[in-house]
Design a protein around this ligand. Structure first.
Ligand SMILES: [Mg+2]
Length: 357
């Protein structure tokens, strides 16, 4: 079901893997973002919904057993991600995902192997190491803002056809769908009211809440335009790069022979790739192969090896197409690696996908 690679793309992948002669699948460790990297968002009624598809689960059921491990590092909450990784109909058909480790809440909540029933460990957020009480207050503040947003929008359901409040253990998000263009009065006022609610928190708490938002206009079948998006609320200092370093050195210590494959779709995933490259420079791991799923990451430090960015498809579909190609690339890796790879003098550093003929 996944787009196979063109001969050119497969050669590029072989060349990249050939940088590590003798590499085996067991020495390959994966560090992947979840939403729009491993999973698509194709549910028009709830665009936060990103379950693994049948074939994706089937692929990982096999792949994750063969590699050293697959670490899923996501901004999502633990429960929702785990639900997607353990959907009962898929588990029944393909078996459960073995060797898959979950780091939710931007990596701050380390769940470890999802097949084992162990309690999650919290990785402290820089700045709150000695002040757990302050962090609790900030998280309570975020949760209370989310409650207020819910109350505000519940009172006018006709204006907010979809609004989902996602209270995560250490952060939170609101996912919305509002009638009108991105710059419409309604969308603007929604954002203004959200800012006001944060400003109403005690000053020292409000100062510790950071927001990141995304909004995109979507044309409905009847021709109306809606703005869909989310606002993430996080305690200041919460960061995927910080947790990547902690995870890979303390919670999932890597071997010097390991090669890490890091994949993500947005700039918030970029710190994972940067840290992976730093670990290579420090001699802690053998290598890092970084993949941009969708071509949206700003590669300031030139660490990305593969940009899955097929042209000629509209922006939304392109993202989903890129995810298929990501699975194509992983399955090709699985097929190539049992055989010894040789060093290739023609190795090219950066390869973009071109549309297949
Ligand atoms: Mg993502």
């Amino acid at each position: 079901m996944y787009s196979g690679l063109s001969v050119e793309q497969e050669n590029a992948l072989r060349s990249r893997l050939a940088c590590y002669p003798g590499l085996t699948l067991k020495n390959l460790v994966c560090l992947f973002d979840y939403d729009l990297t491993m999973a698509k968002k194709k549910n028009p009624k709830d665009f936060d919904d990103a379950p693994l598809e049948r074939g994706q689960h089937g692929f990982f059921a096999d792949f994750s057993r063969k590699v050293g491990g697959v670490i899923v590092q996501t901004a999502r909450g633990e429960a929702s991600t785990e639900d997607y990784l353990k959907q009962s109909d898929h588990v029944e058909e393909f078996g459960s995902l073995e060797n898959v480790f979950l780091a939710s809440n931007s990596g701050h909540l380390w769940r470890g192997n999802i097949a084992e029933n162990v309690e999650s460990t919290f990785i402290t957020i820089p700045g709150y190491e000695d002040d757990a009480e302050k962090l609790d207050q900030v998280i309570d503040g975020i949760h209370s803002v989310l409650d207020d947003i819910k109350a505000m929008t519940d009172a006018r359901p006709e204006l907010y056809p979809l609004l989902k409040v996602d209270k995560r253990e250490k952060c939170g998000a609101v996912i919305f769908q509002i009638d009108g263009e991105e710059e419409s009065a309604l969308v603007k006022s929604f954002f203004e009211q959200t800012n006001t609610l944060i400003a109403q928190l005690p000053k020292d708490i409000a100062a510790c809440v950071t927001q990141a938002s995304k909004k995109t206009p979507v044309m409905l079948a009847d021709g109306r335009v809606q703005t869909q998006g989310y606002i993430d609320f996080k305690p200041q200092g919460m960061d995927k790069g910080y947790t990547t370093r902690k995870i890979l050195t303390e919670f999932y210590p890597l071997d010097r022979k390991d090669v890490l494959i890091v994949a993500g779709d947005s700039n918030s995933d970029y710190p994972m790739m940067k840290i992976a490259n730093e670990l290579v420079k420090q001699g802690k791991i053998r290598g890092a192969i970084c993949i941009d799923v969708g071509g949206q990451i700003d590669d300031k430090h030139h660490v990305i090896d593969f940009v899955l960015d097929p042209d000629g498809v509209d922006k939304k579909e392109r993202q989903h197409d890129a995810i298929d190609r990501f699975y194509g690339l992983l399955s090709a890796t699985r097929d190539i690696l049992p055989y010894p790879v040789r060093k290739d003098p023609n190795y090219q550093y950066r390869i973009s996908y071109v549309p297949r003929a």
